[in-house]
Design a protein around this ligand. Sequence first.
Ligand code: SAJ
Length: 433
Amino acid sequence: MWEETKDRPFVTASVVGLGYIGLPTAALVADHGLKVFGLDVNEALVAEINSAQLKRVEQALDDLVAKMVNKGNLSADLQAKPADVFLITVPTPFKASHQADLQYIEAACYSIAPVLKKGDLVILESTSPVGTTEKLSAWLAIARPDLSFPKRQGKAADVQVAYCPERVLPGFVLDELVNNDRIIGGMTQSCSLRALAFYKIFVKGDCLITDVRTAELCKLTENSFRDVNIAFSNEISIICDKLGIDVWELIHLANRHPRVNLLEPGPGVGGHCISVDPWFIVSENEAEAQLIRTAREVNDAKPDWVLTKIKDTIAAFLKEAPLKTAKDVTILCFGLTFKPDIEDLRESPALSIVERLTVLHSGPILIVEPHISALPPSLSQKAALKEAEDGLLEADLVLILVNHREFYSLFKKIDPRIKVIDTRGITSSFKQR
Ligand code: SAJ
């Protein structure tokens, strides 16, 4: 079968899960001439895409989606359609036990199974624990006993299956989808070669072939590497604070060593990748993954440390102004998103700190967040969205949680009576931009 189909051109593609990876990938593949069918369970999203009026991702992406929909190369649906290649880009959250929840991948398998045919290629892109692609192949085999699917050591089958993790950085998705190197782990060599032929259509970076389990662990390792390195900097920042040392100057100096490159400390680690994926290694390798678990715990504990810092600063402020109470202390928070220059609030440590602050603090809480137009429901009754200049006129305490580009110029001159807690180093002349 493989010999018959290996060089068959890809004419149609189906992308299952139209989130922050699936939709841009679908648009990009459509832009390279394939007819792309997007599949999602979210009826409103499907309608929004088909209307070509999307306003939820990067501007360039909204434009590309609209262009492809209007050209007839991209459409979204609630039902699967036959295609030459199926990309599964659904979320993999974790359960309370930190084990990966594969229900969306399993559901994706059963949704595409009825339309699969001989010669098709199925690629999993969702970040997943080692062994997931083999499970996917087994689920497909249960749903379609009339077709053969690859096993890890098996020979070519009717349907090819591969794992190819996405690696793009939110905020730079379109560029990174094209230019990043990709890891391709086929269930068999023929699966890898077929997947390689697909990615070569739109990827300019190198496509590196390996086996399926190495590809799965590679993705988890990349994000765990970053988490461990951020945890190191977060720990150093707490030590510096205790010792009265400027952590930004320290990092600036240490990074002048040719083999040292510290990442940046912050209020914690957010987003749906770095704060989640390391658990997929830890939950399957409890005894061995000591450092990776500790890094997760260090990063998850950083918001607690920031809240203690705020409490201590308010106490110090009230000591200097004995006629005031906590109710008189106005806190102005800069940033809610999980990282700079994006509008994404997923697993944001900044958001969680401000939410907890609204419970702990009885005085006014003001928020400057240029990347959102309204506060999330958890804050809308308890805090107010402000312009930076207006907020600074009212603030007693400034809390910097995100280093958005537009914040840097604000702190060149600031009323010395305002106390500042800067978790991102914006006010430090040693911060590298
Ligand atoms: N952060 C720090 N200090 C740093 C860098 C980041 O505190 O020096 C924080 C950020 O503020 C944020 C969190 O870490 O809260 C994660 O941000 P990030 O920019 O490190 O990563 P993500 O989650 O946006 O994207 C990561 C990327 N992985 C790596 O860089 C290894 C991206 O390439 C992946 O595609 C993505 O995860 C994913 O989808 O897995």
